[in-house]
Design a protein around this ligand. Structure first.
Ligand code: GAL
Length: 387
């Protein structure tokens, strides 16, 4: 109940702070440190990677609404997971005279030349959730604490296998990383692998597929990545790994999945390969995830997926809207970190996330329940449905 109140308060604070920004956005920048007077004709162009995943639709809509509520124009496009489409969206933004382009990159490196053109045209570039790599043409990066996501997932596995309590297994686990063109995927894995590797070292954890051994390093992360984070690709990969499980006679105890879509692919594969493991019993593996998607929340209630990491995209979108308003007002943007994109240290804002399980706090300290996510207004009970 306390947790629920906290979530509601958090949402209210975000709304309040955005409306304050909105007020400052509608006056001229006399009080700001910059030179340009903000006008409601100023365009913020938003280029999101895909409409094929639930979260980016939410992200895009929240951000657009936030910018508009602050009195500015916003245009939202989706690149359908295509590099060329994103580049042409950015080109379009430059031609339209956008003041700011916010980019959730499909491919963090391939988008470099397009943002360099934007920089030349005097446009500010904000990297949204995913870092834009190998260029100095990025002004700000707003995301969540990336390694923490992996830490939360690994902690879920460690806790449920009883590893800290000295369980020696050996336990069988399969590990996956996100898309090789997304810098985030490396950091999610880094957070998890630092906690899990010692158990591989001691032989308590092992991967029957042979895809990960104790000698695996964070730099090998692309060896186990799922292209474009896609469910179908995860399912195919899991199909081939399950071939090593002897029709289910070898038990799978846990799956480190960095994203709900990948978790769904893993679940489909287990079910469609007729593994004899039963949901709700100790034969079903502990499966992690990320994004608190509606289908994952459904899966968690059903018991197929055990956990997801909830990065409240409303908070991210509101924070980015605030950054845009500050920039349009010529004000300084407060950042709390920098992230290295192989070229520069990009001034960054890193938000917090939390683990979600069916029962929340009573499952593990600091965890929230599916019901808490619903009560926060992030989604509705009706929307929680199968993929
Ligand atoms: C990552 C993002 C995750 C997840 C994934 C797949 O970049 O940080 O939250 O959404 O992409 O879309």
């Amino acid at each position: 109940m306390k947790k629920r109140l906290l979530l509601i308060c958090l949402a209210m604070v975000m709304v309040l702070s955005l409306s304050l920004s909105a007020c400052s956005g509608s006056r001229s920048s006399d009080e700001g440190s910059g030179d340009a007077a903000a006008s409601s004709d100023d365009l913020v162009f938003i280029s999101m990677p895909t409409q094929g995943e639930e979260r980016w639709i939410k992200d895009g809509e929240e951000l657009k609404a936030g910018i508009e509520a602050a009195g500015y124009k916003a245009e939202l496009t989706y690149a359908q997971d295509k590099i060329e489409q994103q580049n042409s969206d950015i080109e379009n933004a430059i031609n339209k005279g956008a003041k700011i382009i916010v980019i959730g990159a499909k491919d963090g490196s391939a988008v470099g030349p397009a943002v360099e053109k934007a920089r030349e045209a005097g446009i500010k570039v904000i990297a949204y959730d995913r870092l834009i790599m190998d260029t100095d043409a990025v002004d700000y990066y707003v995301t969540f604490q990336l390694e923490k996501v992996g830490v939360l997932e690994a902690e879920y596995v460690i806790e449920n296998l009883g590893l800290e309590d000295g369980a020696t297994g050996p336990f069988n686990i399969e590990l996956f990383t996100g898309s090789a063109d997304d810098n985030n995927a490396k950091f999610f894995f880094k957070g998890a692998w630092e906690l899990l590797q010692p158990y591989f070292e001691s032989g308590v954890l092992t991967s029957p597929s042979g895809r990960v051994t104790k000698d695996f390093t964070v730099d090998d992360w692309q060896d186990i990545s799922i292209d474009s984070w896609k469910m179908e690709n995860a399912q195919k990969e899991m199909d081939s790994r399950l071939a090593k499980y002897n029709g289910g006679a070898i038990q799978l105890n846990a799956v480190l999945s960095p994203y709900d879509g990948i978790s769904q692919g893993v679940i489909n594969s287990i079910e469609q390969n007729g593994m004899p493991w039963k949901v709700g019993t100790e034969t079903w593996p502990w499966i992690t995830g990320q994004d608190a998607t509606n289908y994952a929340l459904y899966n968690i209630n059903q018991g197929t997926q055990g956990e997801t990491v909830w990065k409240d995209t409303r908070v991210l979108a509101k924070k980015v809207a605030e950054v845009c308003v500050s920039l349009l007002n010529g004000e300084t943007v407060a950042t709390d970190a920098t992230m290295d994109n192989n070229n520069i240290d990009v001034p960054s804002i890193l938000l917090d996330s939390v683990s979600v399980t069916k029962n929340g706090e009573s499952d593990a300290k600091g965890t929230v329940s599916v019901q808490d996510v619903v009560d926060s207004g992030y989604t509705t009970a009706d929307a929680i449905k199968p993929e």
